[in-house]
Design a protein around this ligand. Structure first.
Ligand SMILES: Cc1ncc(COP(=O)(O)O)c(C=O)c1O
Length: 417
C-alpha cells in the first residue's frame, strides 16, 4: 500500500454532505479547526527558538474576512500587498507589513493613512515617492539576493528574471539614502521561494539576509531591527508527499541567526515570516456536483465548479488531490479527467486520474483549495464566483460569502443610450 499523507487525503465528508443539502454547489468549505491548528503549528515552531517572533499572514492567499479574523485572533499580523488588503486588515483591527511592488504614490498615501503597516519597499527608485508623501520612522526593503547556491528549482521569485526586490548592487545605497531622508529604524525582507518543502532552504535565506545585514552594518553603519524571511512554506499536494518539517526549518533558521550574528557581531533582529499557503491551503475544499459524464476520446466528468473558482491547475498545471464522496478507492476505479464548464481546454482539475467510478450526481471535493484558490479566482466566460462556507469549531456551517449573481457581474457596467 503506498504512503497516503493524511493531511492531503483527509476530507470532512459528513460536513460537506450536510453543506450540499443546505446550499447549492459549487462552494468552498473551510475547516476552522484545521485553520487554527495550522496557525498554532506555525507560530509555536518558530516561537520555540525565537523569543521575539512576529508571524504575519499573507492576505493574498485567502482574504475572506471571516478567515482573516480567525487568523488574526491566533496572533498573526497581516502581510498586505494592495490597498484592499490594507483596508480589510484595518477594518478587522489588524496590523502588519505592507509589501507593494511598483507601488503608486496614491497607494503609498492610502497605506500610510491607515497607520497600521510597516512599509516594505521593493526598490530604491521608490524612495523619492516616499519622501514626497511623508518619511516613516521605520522602513524595510525587499531584497533580491539572486539565485542561491544549490540551484533549487523553487528559487524563482529572485534572480535576474524576477521583477521583485532591490538588486544586490543597490542595497547599501538604498538604506543609506533612506537614512539620509530621516528613516531611523530598518528592516529587511525577502521572498524568494514558493511552496518549498525543503527545510534547508529557510536557513539558507536567513544566512544570506544576515550576510547582507552585516555588509549594511560595516558599510553604512545601519543595524537592522527586523528580518522578514517571507512566505513560501510548502504544503504537500500529492498524497505521497511528506509535510514540511517546520521544527527542522525553524531550528535551521535559529542556527543561521546564532552563527551569523556571532560571526558579524550583529545585534539579533526580530524574526518575521509571512506564510500564506501553509496557513490556509489544506483547510479548504472546493466542492462540485458531477452533472455530465462524457465518454469521448477520453472519459470526462463535468462538475459545476470551474477553473474560474480555482485556477491553479490551469495556470501552473498544479496537482490537486480529488475525492469522490462516499466512494472508496478500494472499489472499482476508472481513469477520468475532472473538468469544469468553461470554454477553455485547460479548465481541467485532474487529467486522466484513476478515481473511484464517478456517476452523475456524485459530489467531488478538490483538496488544498483554501489558499491561493478563491483568491486567484476570476470571472472569465462570465462564470460566477462560488460561495464560501465555514465549518466552525462547534461543527456549525456558516455562509461566509454568498455566491455571486449575474447582477453582481454587471453592477459596475454602464450601458449608454
Ligand atoms: C511577498 C509575499 N509574501 C508572502 C507570500 C505567501 O506565499 P506562500 O503562500 O507561498 O507562503 C507571497 C505569495 O505570493 C508573496 O508574494
Amino acid at each position: 500500500m503506498p504512503y497516503l499523507n493524511p493531511d492531503v487525503v483527509y476530507v470532512p465528508s459528513a460536513a460537506i454532505r450536510r453543506a450540499a443539502r443546505e446550499f447549492p454547489t459549487p462552494f468552498f468549505l473551510y475547516d476552522e479547526k484545521r485553520l487554527r491548528r495550522n496557525c498554532r503549528i506555525f507560530r509555536e515552531a518558530f516561537s520555540k527558538y525565537f523569543s521575539s517572533f512576529e508571524p504575519l499572514y499573507a492576505v493574498k492567499a485567502n482574504a475572506n474576512p471571516a478567515i482573516l479574523k480567525i487568523i488574526f485572533s491566533e496572533g498573526f499580523g497581516a502581510d498586505a500587498s494592495s490597498e484592499a488588503e490594507a483596508w480589510i486588515t484595518r477594518r478587522l483591527g489588524g496590523r502588519g507589513m505592507y509589501t507593494g511592488n511598483y507601488t503608486t504614490a496614491s497607494e503609498f498615501r492610502f497605506v500610510r493613512k491607515t497607520g497600521r503597516f510597516l512599509l516594505n519597499l521593493d526598490d530604491i527608485s521608490m524612495l523619492p515617492t516616499v519622501k514626497k508623501n511623508g518619511v516613516p520612522e521605520f522602513l524595510s526593503f525587499r531584497v533580491n539576493p539572486g539565485i542561491g547556491k544549490g540551484g533549487m528549482k523553487s528559487l524563482f521569485l529572485a534572480g535576474p528574471e524576477a521583477k521583485y526586490g532591490v538588486p544586490p548592487w543597490d542595497i547599501v545605497s538604498a538604506y543609506r539614502l533612506a537614512a539620509r531622508m530621516g528613516v531611523r529604524r530598518f528592516g529587511m525582507h525577502a521572498m524568494t521561494g514558493s511552496n518549498v518543502l525543503d527545510e534547508e532552504y529557510f536557513s539558507q535565506v536567513a544566512m544570506k539576509m544576515l550576510e547582507i545585514a552585516a555588509s549594511l552594518k560595516s558599510r553604512a553603519g545601519i543595524e537592522l531591527e527586523r528580518i522578514n524571511i517571507g512566505g513560501g512554506f510548502g504544503v504537500p499536494y500529492r498524497p505521497g508527499e511528506k509535510n514540511l518539517d517546520l521544527d527542522k526549518a525553524a531550528r535551521g533558521v535559529r542556527k543561521a541567526f546564532d552563527g551569523q550574528c556571532r560571526k558579524f557581531g550583529l545585534k539579533e533582529p526580530i524574526l518575521m515570516a509571512e506564510p500564506g499557503r501553509f496557513i490556509s491551503a489544506n483547510m479548504g475544499w472546493l466542492v462540485g456536483t458531477v452533472h455530465v459524464i462524457k465518454r469521448g476520446y477520453k472519459v470526462f466528468a463535468g462538475i459545476d465548479a470551474g477553473m474560474n473558482d480555482l485556477p491553479r491547475p490551469a495556470i501552473y498545471d498544479a496537482y490537486h488531490h480529488v475525492s469522490v464522496l462516499g466512494k472508496s478507492r478500494a472499489g472499482r476505479r476508472e481513469r477520468v479527467s475532472v473538468v469544469g464548464r468553461l470554454c477553455e481546454n485547460n479548465d481541467q482539475f485532474a487529467k486522466d486520474r484513476l478515481l473511484p467510478a464517478i456517476r452523475v450526481g456524485d459530489l467531488v471535493a478538490i483538496h488544498n483549495a483554501g489558499g491561493h484558490s478563491y483568491a486567484m479566482g476570476h470571472n472569465y466566460n462570465n462564470r460566477l464566483r462560488s460561495a464560501e462556507i465555514l465549518l466552525t469549531r462547534q461543527n456549525r456551517l456558516v455562509l461566509i460569502r454568498r455566491p455571486e449573481t449575474i447582477a453582481d457581474l454587471f453592477r459596475t457596467a454602464n450601458i449608454p443610450d
